[in-house]
Design a protein around this ligand. Structure first.
Ligand code: DOR
Ligand code: ZN
Ligand code: ZN
Length: 395
């Protein structure tokens, strides 16, 4: 398998130049000017080639909730959004607390073949919040544990899980929401648990990744932890950057925050404290949304929304966006992906940055049409997505 992409703008976290890319057997073999090869050629003129995106935080709902999404529709949605790797949360049915569920998801996704799927294991058995005995039966193919969707309310249980994670080289992903405050104040709920988890990270020495950081205070606690040199990373979501509570109260967890928070998150990105933009792709049926289910079907709009809000509006460079959506997530997941460098996997996306379009969820590949961006004008369209050199999406 060989492919030569010619006269394209090549952008990743550390480069931005016009040239050619030659891919062989799924790997980036050569980058340069005026390459000539006797193979399939793609003209990239006036387009941009970037590493495809890596989603640290995603929900595909299989097994158990396949009426909302399944591995096939999720995979199709992912490649349409320019993603070739997703980290799937464990709030499925059954919950991903054992290797049967985890292997089922990973193997089925592999058979579908569009993207690389990494199923996360739950921190507590069955997401019940009290027991971590099941972790003994989770094998070393698993890299992350998370009780996303709920959070671990018992601090002692979280501490034990972090000690275990450190011993087993697992990264703990925290959905920070102190349940006793959820019905009182969702800001307090996020802030309290973020503060706790940063301290537990320091105490236990584990690798901690804070999911969907949305408040100024939570980000401040993370910045303090990072300044102390903790093994602490964090992600923010496109909807928490592009929307404010003043203009949208779309139901998502954590909620859309105030303008002040949004400005602080963007400043934290600029200052280098944010590791990744992840989607928290959370597809729901129309009926479930009507009944109050929190979540946004976000994987197909993530790049365009982020590009429009962050790069078009002049807050960060395209290199920085590539770092947040590809390079850093790849590093956190331990993958040889996320950059356009010789020897790296040819996971790439061809985009038209000039193209502006209106978000139309009826055209989503995802079963979830739940988006606050319906009807919004955005820039940056995904034209093609390649996984290990193979085209997995073409507009
Ligand atoms: O909005 C959300 N939706 N937040 C979560 O934490 C869970 C997710 C879901 O699974 O629907
Ligand atoms: Zn969550
Ligand atoms: Zn989530």
């Amino acid at each position: 398998m060989e492919l030569l992409i010619k006269q394209v703008r090549i952008v990743d976290s550390s480069q931005d130049f016009f040239g050619d890319v030659y891919i062989k057997d799924g790997i980036i073999e050569e980058l340069g000017q005026n390459l000539t090869k006797d193979c399939e050629i793609l003209n990239g003129k006036s387009k941009v080639l970037m590493p495809s995106f890596i989603d640290l935080h995603c929900h595909f709902r299989e097994p158990g909730f396949t009426h909302k999404e399944d591995l096939e529709t999720g995979s199709k949605a992912a490649v349409k959004g320019g993603y070739t790797v997703v980290n799937l949360m464990g709030n499925t049915k059954p919950v991903a607390s054992n290797m049967d569920v985890i292997n089922y998801v990973n193997n089925k996704a592999k058979a579908i073949g569009l993207i690389e799927v990494n199923q996360v294991a739950t921190i507590t058995d069955g997401l019940k919040g009290d027991n971590i005995e099941h972790l003994k039966n989770i094998d070393s193919s698993v890299k992350f544990i998370s009780d996303d969707g709920l959070g671990v309310n018992n601090s002692r249980v979280m501490m034990e899980a972090m000690f275990y994670a450190k011993k087993q080289n697992l990264t703990v992903m925290s959905h920070a929401e102190s349940k006793e405050f959820s019905n009182v104040d969702m800001r307090l709920a996020e802030n309290m648990m973020t503060w706790r988890d940063v301290h537990l990270c320091e105490y236990t020495g584990c690798s901690l990744h804070m999911a969907h950081v949305s408040t100024k205070e939570a980000m401040q606690y993370i910045i303090e932890g990072k300044k102390k040199g903790l093994k602490l990373t964090c992600e923010v979501m496109p909807h928490h950057l592009a929307l404010t509570e003043e203009e949208s109260q779309y139901r998502v967890n954590p909620p859309i925050r105030k303008r002040d928070d949004v400005e602080f998150l963007i400043k934290a990105i600029q200052d280098g404290y944010v590791d990744a933009i992840a989607t928290d792709h959370a597809p729901h049926t129309e009926e479930d949304k009507k009944n109050g289910a929190p979540g946004i079907s976000g994987i197909e709009t993530s790049f365009s929304v982020s590009y429009t809000k962050l790069v078009k509006d002049g807050h960060i460079s395209l290199n920085k966006l590539s770092q947040l959506m590809s390079e850093k997530p790849a590093k956190i997941m331990g993958l040889n992906k996320g950059q356009l460098k010789i020897g790296y996997y040819a996971d790439m996306v061809l985009v038209d940055l000039e193209k502006e379009f209106i978000v139309d969820s009826s055209k989503f590949e995802s079963k979830g049409k739940n988006t606050p961006f319906q009807g919004k004008l955005v820039f940056g369209e995904i034209l093609r997505t390649f996984k290990e050199g193979k085209e997995v999406y073409c507009k």
